[in-house]
Design a protein around this ligand. Structure first.
Ligand code: NAD
Ligand code: TYD
Length: 343
């Protein structure tokens, strides 16, 4: 099989490339990535000489480039991870989210249709379902929960999902969609909660917790997400959506306290800052469908996964120090400067 992985230099995409090269040595992986601020080839340094792997720099929105690539490579499978993925950034600049997440997806769908790709898989998110109330622990997102988005990020991901389903219904394109909960693990860019708190705590810097830290996320180790996507590619049914999550709900404050305690750092580092605009309260996935239909079960609990992740960041300092020393330093100041000063 020849598999196009878009966004393979990002957090989940790079973990997926590693996972697939090991799990399916008979397959060939082409990684297409624009290398935005979130794309990092250092995450793939150990596989760059693997004969089953190649990298192409390019933009999923660039129609003629994408059509040429599909003409040349004749992919069997496309897995689309490429996206703008950070909610805080979509509040500052929604336009790039629509461009990459909606229009880029449409270009890939056209190419998949034109070149008869055997399966187009869209990596989506549980955020398309909106949020759940904090006080209703009995409620979970299922695949039939209506789309009800809160942020330009989630709206753009929902728009892409609707296009994917439209290409299935209208043109018969063989598609699947997965909607996963929050991921964590190796190679996550330190703008997201867990690596941001980890890297700042290690430097004894203040940890900016939005609002009261009561919002709940359902955390899944990235490896378990990769296994789930692989199962969907192998056994998933065309035209179906699969939710992915492992019932690991934690408040943000619980997550931050877990990290502090593992690093033996004081809770006085926590700084409650102005809340995120439109901040979703709670995400929680019901994974019954993927468990029953495809036999998926997560390998990590939050406790084992967070320990593995903390160990990885401790053992791979150059990977993230390189990022922190680049343009990231101005990102933190522009995103958090005022927020931190307000408190
Ligand atoms: P990421 O931001 O770490 O990586 C995104 C990658 O896409 C980067 O390598 C970037 O260079 C690339 N990219 C961006 N624009 C591109 C373009 N126009 N053309 C080609 N490449 C482009 O994101 P991530 O956290 O790895 O998320 C990957 C996917 O998984 C996204 O679609 C996201 O919506 C989805 N998802 C993420 C999570 C999570 O917790 N991180 C959870 C569920 C779903
Ligand atoms: P994030 O990692 O950005 O993922 P998402 O918004 O897609 O769920 O944030 C996870 C949670 O952590 C979310 O409720 C916002 C909160 N958060 C903070 O409190 N402080 C921070 O600096 C960041 C980045 C996130």
């Amino acid at each position: 099989m020849k598999i196009l992985v878009t966004g393979g230099a990002g957090f989940i995409g790079s973990n997926f490339v590693h996972y697939m090269l090991e799990a399916h040595p008979e397959d060939r992986i082409v990684n297409l990535d624009l290398l935005t601020y979130a794309g990092n080839l250092e995450s793939l340094a150990d596989v760059e000489d693997n004969p089953n792997y190649s990298f192409v720099k390019g933009d999923i929105c660039d129609r003629s480039f994408i059509m040429d690539l599909f003409e040349k490579e004749r992919f069997d499978i496309v897995v689309n991870f490429a996206a703008e993925s950070h909610v805080d950034r979509c509040i500052v600049d929604p336009g790039i989210f629509v461009r990459t997440n909606v229009m880029g997806t449409q270009v890939l769908l056209d190419a998949a249709k034109e070149y008869g790709v055997g399966r187009y898989h869209q990596v989506s998110t549980d955020e398309v379902y909106g949020d759940l109330p904090l006080e209703r622990k009995d409620l979970f997102f299922t695949e039939s929960t209506p789309l009800h988005t809160s942020s330009p990020y989630s709206a753009s991901k929902a728009g892409a999902d609707l296009l994917v389903m439209a290409y299935h219904r209208t043109f018969g394109l063989p598609v699947t969609i997965s909607r996963c909960s929050n991921n964590y693990g190796p190679y996550q860019f330190p703008e997201k909660l867990i690596p941001l708190m980890l890297t700042r705590a290690l430097a004894d810097e203040k940890l900016p917790v939005y609002g009261k830290g009561e919002n709940v996320r359902d955390w899944l180790h990235v490896k378990d997400h990769c296994v789930a996507i692989d199962l969907i590619l192998c056994k998933g049914r065309d035209g179906e959506v699969y939710n992915i999550g492992g019932h690991n709900e934690r408040t943000n404050l619980e997550v931050v306290r877990t990290i502090l305690s593992a690093l033996d750092k004081p809770e006085s580092l926590i700084s409650f800052v102005t809340d995120r605009k439109g901040h979703d309260l709670r995400y929680a996935i019901d994974p019954a469908k993927i468990e029953a239909e495809l036999g998926w079960k997560p390998q990590y609990t939050f406790d084992t996964g967070i320990r593995q992740t903390i160990a990885w960041y401790l053992e791979n300092r150059p990977w993230w120090e390189h990022i922190l020393n680049g343009e990231y330093s101005s990102y933190f100041e522009s995103m958090y400067g005022e927020r931190m000063a307000e408190k």
